[in-house]
Design a protein around this ligand. Structure first.
Ligand code: SF4
Length: 680
């Protein structure tokens, strides 16, 4: 262990010099706060606007800590794009730049879930994955599966990391499953005949030796859920893109149950136990298939008796199969061990999800822990069979206990304060709100339930601001004169307004719509009315469309949710961000509506706590697409007049960057024309 390391300021200056940037006050403040959090063990939520250089602000104190203490720091991201930026760009440069002052080269590694790596044992003839019934009876799907698996085999002989994200273009989930295993299906390195060459094991070993391990929120959640020990020992976690943490953790904790899953489990188990035991499971699956066909898609508020009986039978049949498989026998061949593990993994999924669904209906709304809903699509060209899903209403307890309870945690993003306060997100993370340093405004989201053991957790909320001068660089246009948004597509007045704005801007417009239907409608109408090209999400890959949009300033790009958060186009190609309506969750969104109802059952304000918070986060993310570099100028236009007129409008406006604001369309069109003229 190096005895005395240079102070943080010196290391940060070296790091900034190495990546070719200038020192920024927000970055220095953030780095000092991260170091203080690591030293005191007091968690930190730090909002840092675009251009702060926040990755360096957490990486430098993290690396310093890891080298000084000989420990490991975990950095978690929501997106692959940020993961790549850290591993391919920031960390290699930092490692090189900091090697001399730290007296050794800091090390880093990337770690994903086992399912993300090619399993050489499976590829080498281990038990293949059972295709689901849909694939079995679809000749096109079978031939695509065959083609993709052949391509995967060719790729396997070339790849050094076996990481699914390296495979471009990607393959279907069904094909990938033929060459990968879950953690529960894996034989374990000691047992596996190819364990020494295993990609997942190599990644784990490398992560175990690294100072910094980069991972994703899903793996962080799996580690927290305790289903498998997936991350190496660590004492500090930095959660970047923390605005997405709750959604990602919720997804990782969501269970699925379908007749196809039962049928796969029954086929796997049928090779290992007596026929009548596996048949009982298969019959319960058939019963489930029949009953689910009559269940309406959407949230389930009650469990019909026949479904309860079938789920109970399914649970018991799965348990019976587990008992029949029995304990592992010594000296079994790897293929036999593998077949047993595959069967048990499928059985556990069926059993555990059936139990969760049954238990979800045992308590009243105020104390409900899980929400259940049914998805499926029977009428379209790509029908999907009905599937029951069960997800936690709240992940605050899990995060409080497993994330904040076991590590020092730094949460960061450009958007963490909503309505001017950290409270809304702090509640979702399970942090006590009284300690946040945010400024509360009227209408701040409230939920009456206070976490029981929150007093033990200490944290600080800090906004290090943004290097942009929002009031001078951008205008927030609130189209107060427009009618409220309709139920049936975009009102004609919205399309007229959009056309006038796009014409004034000379293209350069990112249209963020609350539904794909609205994005397509706007694209179709504007193609008739304006000269420049209108690109619409779904017509090509999103990255290709964003590339085209960035290349040609006369172009507009319209789309929905992934564009709200994923577009980074600095320069004059993007001068106008238009949002058609406040992005509240859809009324039929099962999870949001159940969360809202649960807050109300406890006497809180469900609409503000859930719907307005969701909308505020997306609005802030959408508005954040405008200014991406210091020279950027432009307008964020929100067509939905409720932002000016509704009671909750103040909370939403206070969540947006501090642009100069107007409701005058003539002022906005004038500003757009001037920007267009200056850029042309
Ligand atoms: S150790 Fe597990 S993941 Fe690795 S090759 Fe063997 S079975 Fe596959």
């Amino acid at each position: 262990m190096p005895d005395s390391l240079p102070p943080l300021g010196e290391l940060l200056a070296t790091a900034v010099g190495a990546v070719g940037g200038a020192e920024r006050p927000g970055q220095v403040k953030m780095a000092e706060a991260v170091q203080a959090a690591i030293r005191t063990g007091e968690h930190l939520a730090v909002q840092a606007g675009t251009g702060t250089g926040k990755s360096l602000a957490y990486l430098v104190p993290s690396i310093r800590h890891a080298v000084e203490k000989g420990s490991t720091v975990v950095i978690s991201t929501a997106t692959i794009a940020l993961q790549r930026q850290l591993v391919d760009r920031d960390l290699p440069r930092l490692a090189k730049a900091l090697a001399k002052p730290l007296k050794r080269t800091p090390t880093f590694a990337i770690l994903k879930g086992r399912r993300n790596y090619l399993c050489l044992h499976k590829l080498d003839g281990g038990p293949a994955d059972d295709p689901d019934d849909q694939v079995l009876f679809d000749p096109f799907a079978i031939s695509r599966l065959g083609r993709e698996v052949t391509r995967l085999r060719e790729w396997a002989s070339d790849t050094e990391l076996g990481d699914r994200d390296e495979l471009v273009p990607g393959v279907s989930e069904q094909s990938w499953r033929q060459v990968s295993v879950s953690a529960r299906e894996c034989l374990g390195a000691a047992r596996c005949p190819i364990g020494t060459d295993c990609f997942a094991e190599k990644a784990r070993a490398e992560a175990g030796r690294a100072d910094v391990v980069v991972t994703n929120h899903a793996l962080l959640a799996i580690d927290a859920l305790g289903t498998a020990q997936v991350l190496p020992e660590h004492d500090v976690v930095v959660v970047d893109e923390a605005h997405d943490l709750v959604d990602r953790v919720t997804s990782a904790a969501t269970g699925e149950l379908s007749a196809a899953a039962v049928s796969i489990a029954a086929r796997r188990v049928g090779r290992l136990v007596e026929e009548d035991i596996a048949d009982r499971l298969a019959e319960s699956g058939d019963g489930l298939a029949m009953l689910l066909e009559d269940v309406a898609v959407g949230r389930m508020d009650a469990l019909p008796d026949p479904l309860r009986v079938t789920l109970t039978a399914l649970r018991d049949a799965a348990q019976h199969c587990v008992t029949a498989i029995g304990p592992e026998k010594r000296g079994n061949e790897p293929d036999a061990v593998s077949a047993r593990k595959q069967a048990l993994a499928a059985l556990e999924d069926v059993h555990d999800t059936a139990v969760r669904v049954l238990e979800a209906f045992e308590t009243d709304t105020a104390h409900q822990r899980d929400v259940v809903w049914v998805t499926g699509d029977f009428g379209s060209q790509n029908p999907r069979p009905p599937t029951m899903r069960v997800a936690p209403l709240n992940v605050a307890g899990l995060l409080r206990e497993k994330l904040f309870g076991e590590n020092t945690t730094v949460l960061t993003s450009a958007t963490l304060t909503l309505g001017g306060s950290f409270d809304a997100l702090a509640r979702q993370w399970g942090l006590p709100v009284a300690q946040s340093s945010g400024v509360k405004v009227e209408g701040t989201a409230i939920d009456k339930e206070a976490p029981a053991d929150e007093g033990r957790i200490r944290w600080t909320g800090m906004d290090v601001g943004s290097p942009f001068d929002h009031a001078k660089s951008g205008i927030l246009y609130l189209a107060r004169h427009l009618p409220p948004p309709g139920r049936d597509g975009l009102p004609p007045a919205y399309l007229d307004e959009l056309r006038e704005l796009v014409e004034a801007a000379g293209g350069r417009t990112l249209g963020l719509f609350s539904s794909m239907r609205a994005a397509k409608q706007a694209a179709a109408q504007l193609r008739e009315a304006v000269d420049g090209e209108i690109l619409c999400q779904g017509e090509d890959s999103t990255s290709l469309l964003v590339g085209k949009f960035a290349e040609n300033p006369a172009t507009c790009l319209f789309g929905t949710l992934s564009l709200w958060q994923g577009v980074d186009v600095p320069g004059p190609s993007l001068s106008l961000v238009v949002m058609d309506r406040i992005p509240f969750p859809r009324p039929d969104d099962p999870l949001a509506s159940a969360r809202q109802r649960a807050v109300e059952a406890r006497g809180g304000n469900g609409f503000l706590t859930v719907a307005a918070t969701h909308a505020a986060l997306l609005l802030a993310q959408g508005a954040g697409r405008l200014l991406r570099s210091m020279d950027d100028r432009g307008i964020v236009a929100i067509l939905d007049p409720r932002l000016s007129t509704a009671r909750y409008g103040g909370f939403l406006r206070a969540s947006l960057p501090p642009f100069w604001s107007t409701t005058d369309p003539a002022v906005v069109r004038g500003a757009l024309r001037r920007l267009d003229a200056a850029a042309s």
